[in-house]
Design a protein around this ligand. Structure first.
Ligand SMILES: Cc1ncc(COP(=O)(O)O)c(C=O)c1O
Length: 388
């Protein structure tokens, strides 16, 4: 087995240094665990960056990918494909009622770009409202819709027509919309900003505002979607006061690690999209579709959505009121632990004890985005480490 230093040196020499990496190299993974090049075992409560919802290398997903690869790896949307149709049907069947059609792409940022474009096509307007603390991706339009920290500056010159409102504050939204507003787009829980939540009434007020002014409502569920909050989607659940948006965007968990994104849209939006208006070569490719179908089936088969709710109750019961912990934020398997001190120090100490967690833009909030199948006895490792 190649030693860690050799692996690190090669990456550092030949890859552009864009991420602050943990000093481990992943060799293999199973469920909530990964094994490193040094043969050490780590509990992954960051789920491979909020991606591995079904756990690392879930057998159902692995087998589906293998079988599909043997049959045919890829053909684009120029041909029909049984698996693509079945995935679209399955996604629509678990989505809120209004959302009846799928568009497939390859990542979260691409899903958001296409969602904004569809909103502009459907309304004939250009302006997009997003929120303080929002993160929607790094391609030109999505980064221009991102108002968290300095990300937006990295995308200069920004795409025109983007404005921000205060997350959770309907009066602030009212003050920035006008006859040119095509869409309001939001993460229903702002994960990177530090697991910031809004009151359910905010979603109801947004829906009413959009209906009154002919504005498209987009939920960016790249992190909250596919069971993570203890519901298939945040949209349509009691967390959103049952509000259904016009578009939901998805990526991360959707393919258990195989790159894939999607927009789920209502009939009105779909009716405005004509041949050749949107597209991407790889969107809806067979390998990705096999991964999505197996992901959705594994979540159902292993009752992971109910488990995501258990995870939240278990961690709340175990940690609320404990010394040094101010609050537990978020829902299901998208949680933030708010500390009196610096989350980055807790993150480093947990890593030294072979537990992977995530930080956020809020220095006091540690993020947990574990696989939806993480068991309470696995979480007990975290609890003991935190008590220490
Ligand atoms: C809420 C949200 N939207 C969009 C994105 C962008 O997704 P991707 O990195 O797949 O482009 C992210 C990525 O972290 C995200 O958290």
């Amino acid at each position: 087995m190649t030693d860690f230093t050799t692996i690190k040196n090669i990456e550092d020499q030949f890859q552009v240094a864009t991420y602050k990496k943990m000093n481990i190299a992943v060799e293999r993974g199973r469920g909530s665990w990964i094994w490193t090049s040094n043969g050490e075992k780590y509990l992954d409560l960051y789920g491979g960056h909020a991606v591995c919802a079904t756990g690392h290398s879930h057998p159902r997903v692995v087998n589906a990918i293998k079988e599909q690869a043997e049959r045919v790896l890829f053909y684009s949307n120029l041909v029909y494909s049984e698996i693509r149709g079945r995935v679209a049907e399955k996604l629509v069947s678990v989505a809120p009622n209004r959302l009846t059609k799928a568009f497939f792409c390859n990542s979260g940022t691409e899903a958001n770009e296409n969602a904004m474009r569809m909103a502009r096509m459907a309304t004939g307007r250009e302006k997009i409202v997003t929120f303080s603390g929002s993160f929607h991706g790094r391609t030109a339009d999505a980064i221009s819709a991102t108002f968290l920290g300095r990300y937006r500056e990295l995308g200069r010159p920004n795409v025109p027509g983007h404005v921000s409102a205060e997350f959770g504050d309907i009066e602030s939204v009212r003050s920035v919309i006008n006859d040119h507003t095509a869409a309001i787009m939001l993460e229903p829980i702002q994960s990177m900003a530090g697991v910031r939540e809004a009151d359910p009434t905010f979603f109801r007020e947004l829906r009413t505002l959009c209906d009154d002014h002919g504005i498209i409502l987009i939920f960016d569920e790249v992190q909250t979607g596919i069971g993570r909050t203890g519901n298939w989607f945040f949209a349509g659940s009691d967390l959103a006061d049952n509000v259904e948006p016009d578009i939901i965007t998805l990526a991360k968990s959707l393919g258990s690690g195989v790159p894939v994104g999607a927009c789920l849209v209502n009939e009105n939006i779909a009716s405005h999209i004509k041949e050749n208006d949107l597209g991407t070569t790889f969107g809806g490719g067979m390998l990705a579709m096999a991964a999505v179908l197996a992901t959705l089936e594994a979540i159902e088969q292993d009752q992971m959505i109910a488990n995501a709710r258990n995870v939240e109750s278990f961690l709340r019961d175990s940690l609320i009121g404990k010394s040094g912990i101010r609050d537990i934020l978020g829902k299901g398997c998208l949680l933030g632990i708010e500390f009196d001190g610096k989350a980055s120090e807790v993150h480093a100490k947990l890593l030294a004890q072979q537990i992977i967690t995530g930080t956020s833009s809020d220095p006091s909030v540690l993020r947990l985005l574990p696989p939806l199948c993480v068991a309470t006895d696995e979480l007990s490792h975290l609890i003991s480490a935190l008590y220490e």
